[in-house]
Design a protein around this ligand. Structure first.
Ligand code: GLN
Length: 303
């Protein structure tokens, strides 16, 4: 495993096409694209890393996995009255289907759906309390109390997040938000601004792995369902491509991180800030493709 991770990091370093760093969140625009890290946390507790696996990055939409688990913990299956479970086939920040589908977002991993998820775990608490609860969940999963939110990144996104504000107002116009648009956006942008290293993210991802001695933060059935949503919706309009190339449930973020689950074996985190045309890490996706090819860990069978 260590040799494979080292080889993958070397291949990434030698690849001249790193993809393009997201610039629409000003605080993230200056990140050096020439970085790559990978970590794997095996079900038996062993952890292997390569490259920049101990460099913290903005997890952005990978946070939607933790937020979903928290929201389901709050309201259970009631959540599905307010958000769907189908891939959108559209970019992460698209507003298109919201009008046609009466303010019910397609799934909890596109921005519109994630805003409903955030509104759900925010309901009945202050943003500070809700974010405290989210951080406690992530820290417990990662077994690491040093994980924090980057205030500058959150503020930078709040100041420029016109698209997300418009999505939230649209949801509110359909009665699909309980808290105010400002509170939901403030909480959502702080959630996205959580910083983690690949090592921390892989260890935290183990709550979605079916193996002994895993932290039991969600029930078996809920874990299965979150994995299903990651497979079908975790990479937006690139979800089919990721399933085709990698064949494991994954959730990407615009900071360049991807959390991938091998459901009975391991959680894997990969990070490289340059993105492909779907807004998913370019080298991260390629690394996972190579990893899946070598290990035969596609859930669709050994090649
Ligand atoms: N915070 C980002 C946004 O809402 C997250 C998007 C992403 O990571 N794809 O635009």
């Amino acid at each position: 495993m260590q040799d494979l991770l080292t080889e993958i990091a070397e291949a990434a370093a030698a690849n001249p096409d790193k993809g393009a760093v997201a610039t629409y969140i000003p605080e993230l625009a200056g990140i050096d694209p020439d970085q790559f890290g990978m970590a794997i946390a095996l079900a038996d507790g062993r952890v292997f890393t390569s490259g920049d696996a101990d460099v913290p990055f903005s997890i952005q939409s990978v946070s939607k996995v933790f937020a979903l688990a928290l929201a389901l913990g709050r309201v259970g299956d009631q959540l599905w009255y307010r958000v769907g479970r189908e891939p959108s086939g559209l970019s992460f920040d698209s507003i298109l289907l919201l009008e046609r589908e009466d303010g019910i977002p397609r799934n909890p991993f596109i921005n519109a759906g994630a805003l409903v998820t955030t509104d759900t775990y925010l309901s009945g608490s202050s943003p500070r309390e809700a974010l405290g609860e989210l951080l406690r969940f992530i820290r417990a999963a990662a077994d690491d109390d040093s994980i924090h939110m980057n205030e500058k990144v959150a503020k930078s996104e709040i100041a420029t997040g016109h698209r997300n504000f418009s999505l939230a107002h649209y949801l509110a116009s359909h009665g699909n938000l309980r808290s105010s648009v400002d509170k939901v956006l403030g909480t959502y942008c702080h959630q996205c601004a959580v910083e983690m290293t690949c090592r921390q993210l892989a260890i935290a991802g183990r709550f979605l792995v079916d193996a002994p001695n895993m932290p039991s933060l969600v029930s078996v059935e809920r874990r299965r369902r979150i994995n299903a949503l990651m497979m079908t919706c975790g990479h937006y309009d690139g979800s089919g491509d990721f399933a085709f190339r990698v064949g494991m449930p994954g959730k990407s973020g615009v900071g360049g991180g991807i959390l991938v689950i091998s459901p009975s074996r391991a959680a894997i985190a990969v990070w490289s800030p340059g993105l492909n045309r779907y807004g998913n890490s370019k080298l991260g996706t390629e690394a996972m493709e190579l990893f899946a090819h070598r290990t035969g860990w596609s859930v669709f069978g050994v090649p």
